[in-house]
Design a protein around this ligand. Structure first.
Ligand SMILES: Nc1ncnc2c1ncn2[C@@H]1O[C@H](COP(=O)(O)OP(=O)(O)OP(=O)(O)O)[C@@H](O)[C@H]1O
Ligand SMILES: [Mg+2]
Length: 268
């Protein structure tokens, strides 16, 4: 099943929020497991008052052993409840040392340990930097979702990493504009396409720009574990944006395409 990597290059544009939000609004049949792969350490354990064990350390241990990847995820997952939706998550300790040790074990044999046959995986890869241990994960992902706010400095930093991201040769590279930027998606798409096509001499269509996500304090607080979701939580603007994002990503996630097409068509 598909592996979606969520990352960013500057600021705190909402990668962890997006990983959890995407999983919460996914169709039940394919509800993803969120894996905290941020080399700087995880946030979900503290935000959602989860236990320290199991964690990504257990996922890596299971990958080392003989467990199938489906069994490894079952062993290593805990649950975050977003209203009535139980979202499976593999948490990472704060600090990041254990995550940095676990990542090479999880990606050492390609995508096998991070792409179980029965589950979509959304990996929160944190902030991308040179030599980050998440690069091998990005190379085996079906979609790399790079969060950035549409303002001058974040787009400038993103441009500097774009060549490496395009050359990582992963699946689809999607720049997802976070909340609160100054420029439109069209403006950002033009700047990035020009950079990729003219300065990097690569296919300008290698990058898709989506968003921006709405500024939505209520949904963000729900996904931070600070506010109980009300009955109509799926109608919050950020949750609706994440649901639309699934439809946009579906063509790049072969195993889930048909079901999202049906779900989108069925929406009045
Ligand atoms: N669309 C949004 N509207 C309002 N607040 C948001 C939105 N997305 C995220 N936030 C808030 O912004 C803060 C940072 O979000 P998040 O933790 O997801 O960032 P991040 O990119 O994972 O960065 P880091 O890992 O460094 O924390 C959190 O307080 C979160 O609730
Ligand atoms: Mg984060």
């Amino acid at each position: 099943m598909p592996l979606i990597a969520v990352t960013y290059v500057k600021g705190r544009p909402g990668a962890t929020t997006t990983a959890l939000g995407l999983a919460a609004v996914a169709l039940e049949a394919e509800r993803p497991v969120v894996v905290e792969c941020d080399p700087a350490g995880g946030d979900l354990m503290r935000r959602h008052r989860l236990a320290a064990v199991p964690s990504i350390v257990d996922l890596a241990a299971a990958a080392r052993g003989a467990a199938s990847s489906a069994d490894a995820f079952a062993t290593a997952s805990q649950t975050v409840a977003v209203a009535e939706v139980p979202v499976p998550v593999v948490v990472a300790p704060a600090g990041g040392a254990q995550t940095r040790a676990a990542l090479p074990e999880l990606t050492g044999s390609g995508r096998a340990a991070l792409a179980p046959p029965d589950r979509v995986v959304v990996a929160d890869c944190g902030r991308l930097g040179p030599g980050s241990p998440v690069w091998p994960l990005l190379r085996v992902a079906d979609v790399v979702l790079v969060l950035a706010r549409a303002n001058a400095d974040e787009v400038a930093h993103l441009r500097e990493h774009l060549g490496e991201l395009v050359d990582a040769g992963a699946g689809r590279l999607v720049v997802l504009l976070g909340a609160g930027g100054a420029y439109s998606a069209t403006d950002v798409a033009d700047v990035l396409a020009t950079h990729v096509g003219q300065e990097l001499a690569r296919d300008p269509e290698a990058v898709t720009v989506l968003g921006p996500l709405p500024q939505d304090r209520r949904a963000a607080a729900v996904l931070r574990g600070e506010l109980l979701a009300g009955r109509r939580w799926r109608r919050l603007p950020l949750m609706e944006a994440y649901a639309r994002l699934w439809a946009d990503l579906a063509p790049h996630l072969p195993a889930v395409t048909s079901q999202h097409d049906v779900a989108t068509e069925a929406t009045p």
